[in-house]
Design a protein around this ligand. Sequence first.
Ligand SMILES: Cc1cc2nc3c(=O)[nH]c(=O)nc-3n(C[C@H](O)[C@H](O)[C@H](O)COP(=O)(O)O)c2cc1C
Length: 194
Amino acid sequence: MKILGIIGSPHKNGNTDILVSKVLQGIKSKNTVWGKIYLNDLNLIPCKACFKCSKNGKCILKDDFNSLLNKIRQADIIILGSPVYCETVTAQTKILIDRTDSSQVIVAKLKGKTILKRRTEWNTYNKRGIIICIGDLSPMKEIKQASSVMKRLFGDLNIKIVDEILARGLTKSGDVLKNSTLLNKAIKVGTKIT
Ligand SMILES: Cc1cc2nc3c(=O)[nH]c(=O)nc-3n(C[C@H](O)[C@H](O)[C@H](O)COP(=O)(O)O)c2cc1C
């Protein structure tokens, strides 16, 4: 089983990174290989809305997106983590979500309505996903709102969301280390994966 942790925070060893690592720790077994990717380390250009992808579901921009998508393609479990920035996900995470929309192909235009279809290869995979979305002062309603943006990525790629960790009250990077309930919850989410 291949597990991929994708960290949308610019902080290495920050709250998001720690929680992703705890889930990975919970999943870790002899049969698992896992890796972590920090979106901030990659060259990811924002979507230019050229709509070239609408023909074949492939993004033509030349950066790290296609190799990242290949890593997602190879993984069985994808853990996507982002802190809340200004009531939504971080810019790094949003670029990934927008660019992943390229997996949708325009199949028809009916009465001014565009009909989209997911690129067929993604329909054949049986992948599972976990969302981690955390913030500081935002009420849970806003954290949920940000996590629903993250759900779009999983929807576009036909990845079944099996668990979600949402939390608030994390002010400074590393604050999560003082929250043993949350750390244990993340480990438990990992151990549930078989
Ligand atoms: C630019 C910026 C905007 C933020 N906006 C919000 C916000 O709208 N709501 C919130 O609860 N926290 C907000 N935060 C706080 C982070 O979500 C919080 O500090 C989080 O724990 C950081 O996680 P990390 O350690 O993984 O980077 C913001 C932080 C930054 C830097």
